[in-house]
Design a protein around this ligand. Structure first.
Ligand code: NDP
Ligand SMILES: O=C1O[C@H](COP(=O)(O)O)[C@@H](O)[C@H](O)[C@H]1O
Length: 513
């Protein structure tokens, strides 16, 4: 079996009858996927490769699906195909036939984002394809993926509404996928939501946060609610602090202009890390229905207390402003540690420390749940380290519990060790799908569980808007830090002040295969 293929786990799986209730019914008929902004970076690097992988894995069928690229650039079908070819498959030489067949499904239409002619032409092309491919009983499904800057979302949505809606009498649907950033603060996000909300119903809108498509983020609900281990421990009586950390070991290379307008809080914390916080902190939903899950996420967000200035550390790496697209006096943070406090029965007093930074010493994203010390510890081992449960989203998916055990040998001494579930070892040969693949498949299946609902978005902006305005107004300044470092020293001081106790002397010996 090729490395890119999915393999079915031979052991019994969790998928039982309780999942079936919420499985979406598979639909037949013609599917048109329209990538708007097809000439751009996101489309080339993420959207088309995800579509290709879905095609290769049999989730998109050439007798049903057609893919349209739409953008202002005047290029031919073949020009677009050649632009994306190199991004589709690392093993393109082995899978060259698949690549060629997939590329033949793509057509390109050029037009502007705010006038009708281009969209009328697009509609004509889609309709022709529907007539040629639809079976008598099939419906027409149109999925519009906006790989575009948010400034053009409103005109593009207006044009889709006016010219390109599904017209089939046999049902089907029109769905819109929008990429972050969804606004810059509460006011702009609400304005954008209102503009788009006038054109499309909430069930037609899929606000994508690609972190929700990562394997171990999708595992969070299963871990929390399908394991007796965690149920009684997951609260303020046992957990001392939670860290959700994103680190990148490269700067804003090539994206300085975009990044400077947003900064690390809008780029990573307000969306990706906050979504993770919701899944870590939310109560058990009534069921696995998307609305039940999203209801619980909203409740957590609405329980977050206003952020205190003394629980924020900002940083900007040296050299960031050398980028010609970044203003000389930019106050934009490229690093931030922010402590969030959830005012509810489960989490009162437990700091949720969200940390994100660019140009740091490593690339990783993880969730670290640190437990309280054992009361009346007869082994006196608090100093060595506390129990921690770590979920590493990337690189190399893993979850491990750091715990105290007896040092093997004749003496009675203690040592920190781990219970380790490393995916590479445990699930050998299983290729973990890319976040975008899953999320696009969800949009086709009509499953909104892993997409951000409008009220969720509002609640998320409510948390960060006051802080962001103060940063934008220059009232809070970032500290400088060395590229390749851990970020500002003050961030580690804040971590310690919030209650995090660093483990000392813990050495991890990777298991050999
Ligand atoms: N299955 C696997 O792959 C496993 C791997 N390991 C590996 O073992 C190593 C140790 O694991 P672990 O202890 O969990 O992780 P780390 O040593 O990476 O980090 C432990 C904690 O200490 C913090 N920290 C690190 N340096 C400092 C500092 N100078 N001041 C304050 N805080 C600091 C980290 O923060 P921050 O996040 O900001 O760096 C993190 O919260 C890691 O490389 C880990 O990947 C361990 C167990 C299983
Ligand atoms: O949304 C974003 O995410 C990427 C990091 O995504 P990852 O899946 O590679 O972890 C980040 O580089 C980018 O700045 C941000 O806009």
């Amino acid at each position: 079996m090729g490395s890119g293929q999915w393999m079915i786990e031979k052991r019994s799986s969790l998928k039982n009858d309780s999942f079936k209730e919420y499985e979406t019914v598979s639909e037949t008929g013609c599917l048109s996927i329209i990538v708007l902004g097809a000439s751009g970076d996101l489309a080339k690097k993420k959207t088309f490769p995800a579509l290709y992988n879905l095609y290769r894995r049999g989730f998109l069928h050439s007798n049903e699906v057609h893919i349209f690229g739409y953008a202002r650039t005047k290029i031919s079908d073949d020009d677009l195909r050649n632009r994306i070819r190199g991004y589709l498959d690392k093993n393109a030489s082995v899978h060259s036939e698949d690549v060629t067949k997939f590329l033949q499904l793509i057509k390109y239409v050029s037009g502007s984002y705010d006038t009708e002619d281009g969209f009328q032409l697009l509609d004509k092309e889609i309709s022709e394809h529907e007539v040629s491919k639809n079976s008598a009983e099939g419906s027409s499904r149109r999925l519009f993926y906006l790989a575009l800057p948010p400034s053009v979302y409103p005109p593009v949505c207006r044009m889709i509404r006016k010219c390109c809606m599904n017209k089939s009498d046999l049902g089907g649907w029109t769905r819109i996928v929008i990429e972050k950033p969804f606004g810059k603060d509460l006011e702009s996000a609400e304005k954008l939501s209102a503009q788009i909300g006038e054109l499309f119903e909430e069930p037609q809108l899929y606000r994508i946060d690609h972190y929700l498509g990562k394997e171990l983020v999708q595992n969070l609900l299963v871990l929390r609610f399908a394991n007796r281990f965690f149920l009684p421990l997951w609260n303020r009586d046992n957990i001392d602090n939670v860290q959700i950390v994103f680190r990148e070991d490269f700067g804003t290379e090539g994206r300085g202009g975009y990044f400077d307008e947003y900064g690390i809080i809008r780029d990573i914390i307000q969306n990706h890390l906050l979504q993770i916080l919701c899944l870590v902190a939310m109560e058990k939903p009534v069921s696995l229905k998307p609305e039940h899950i999203r209801d619980e996420k909203v409740k957590v967000l609405q329980s977050v207390l206003p952020i205190k200035d003394e629980e924020v550390v900002l940083g900007q790496y040296q050299g960031y402003r050398d980028d010609p697209t970044v203003p000389d006096h930019s106050n934009t943070p490229t690093f931030a540690t922010v402590v969030l406090r959830i005012h509810n029965e489960r989490w009162e007093g437990v700091p949720f420390i969200l940390k994100a930074g660019k140009a740091l010493n490593s690339r990783k994203a993880d969730i670290r749940v640190q437990f309280k010390d054992v009361p009346g510890d007869i082994f006196r081992c608090q100093k060595q380290g506390r129990n921690e449960f770590v979920i590493r989203l990337q690189p190399s998916e893993a979850m491990y519990m750091k715990l105290t055990v007896k040092q093997p040998g004749l003496e009675m001494s203690t040592v920190q060790s781990e219970l380790d579930l490393s995916y590479m070892q445990r699930y050998q040969g299983v290729a973990i799908p890319e976040a975008y693949e899953r999320l696009i498949l969800d949009t086709i299946r009509g499953d909104q569980q892993h997409f951000v609902r409008r009220d969720e978005l509002k609640a998320a902006w409510e948390i960060f808007t006051p802080l962001l305005h103060r940063i934008d107004d220059g009232e809070i300044k970032p500290e400088e830090y060395q590229p390749g470092s851990r970020g500002p020293v003050k961030a580690d001081e804040l971590l310690a002040k919030a209650g995090y106790v660093q483990t000392h002397g813990y050495i991890w010996i990777p298991p050999t295969l």
